[in-house]
Design a protein around this ligand. Structure first.
Ligand code: FE2
Length: 208
């Protein structure tokens, strides 16, 4: 019987010191090599535990295992998107179709920036800020996630994400989350966000 593939830690799309000035190599390596890697490992272990519980009929274990699956799986997805939400050549303004949608849904870049940064700053304890495309309303939204998977907007496709867990910034910024967020906005890879918008969002919207 074919076995499902295991999840793998993606390589960083740039060298660890590429964002120096915003995030040091030490910060990026700790975040990627330890925190993200740990969740990939736990995601695979959780899937194996679910398969074992299912085949051995230990069904009482399944609900708790599925909460762990959502936590570690969502962490892996969001961290994978986080690395490609930033670029040493990033910053500036949205491009392409995304630029037009930002104008329509936020009144322009200044509106998006104000909303995105205040949502990220307001995430209680650990979580994420997300710029996403919501296909039923055919619009961009800013949303936040508690932990890795709580209080999200179901069905909205993430275009650009910002990690606001303390492990993303504490080594360099201590408790100054707002300062980290200002720096994040200067390295956003708008090309990458626009590619996701143009390649993913239109087909998703057609499915609704
Ligand atoms: Fe993280």
């Amino acid at each position: 019987m074919m076995k499902p593939t295991l999840y793998e830690l993606p390589s960083l799309p740039y060298s660890p010191d590429a964002l120096d000035g915003f995030l040091t190599a030490e910060m990026l390596e700790l975040h990627h090599d330890k925190h993200h890697a740990d969740d990939v490992s736990k995601l695979n272990a959780t899937l194996a535990a679910i398969a074992g519980a299912r085949s051995e009929n230990r069904t009482a274990e399944l609900p708790a295992l599925h909460r762990r699956l959502a936590f570690h799986g969502s962490s892996h997805v969001l961290h994978s998107l986080y690395w490609t939400s930033m670029s040493p050549a990033g910053g500036g303004k949205p491009v392409g179709e995304l630029a037009r949608a930002v104008e329509r849904d936020f009144g322009g870049m200044a509106g998006l920036r104000r909303q995105f940064l205040s949502v990220c700053e307001g995430v209680e304890r650990e979580g994420w800020g997300i710029l996403a495309y919501e296909p039923i309303g055919d619009r961009l939204i800013v949303t936040s996630v508690e932990g890795h998977h709580g209080a999200g907007f179901q069905g909205a496709a993430p275009l650009m994400v910002c990690d606001v867990w303390e492990h993303a910034y504490y080594l360099g910024y201590r408790n100054r989350r707002a300062q980290y967020l200002q720096g994040f906005f200067e390295v956003i890879d708008w090309q990458s966000a626009n590619l996701r918008f143009e390649r993913v969002c239109r087909p998703v919207q057609a499915a609704f």
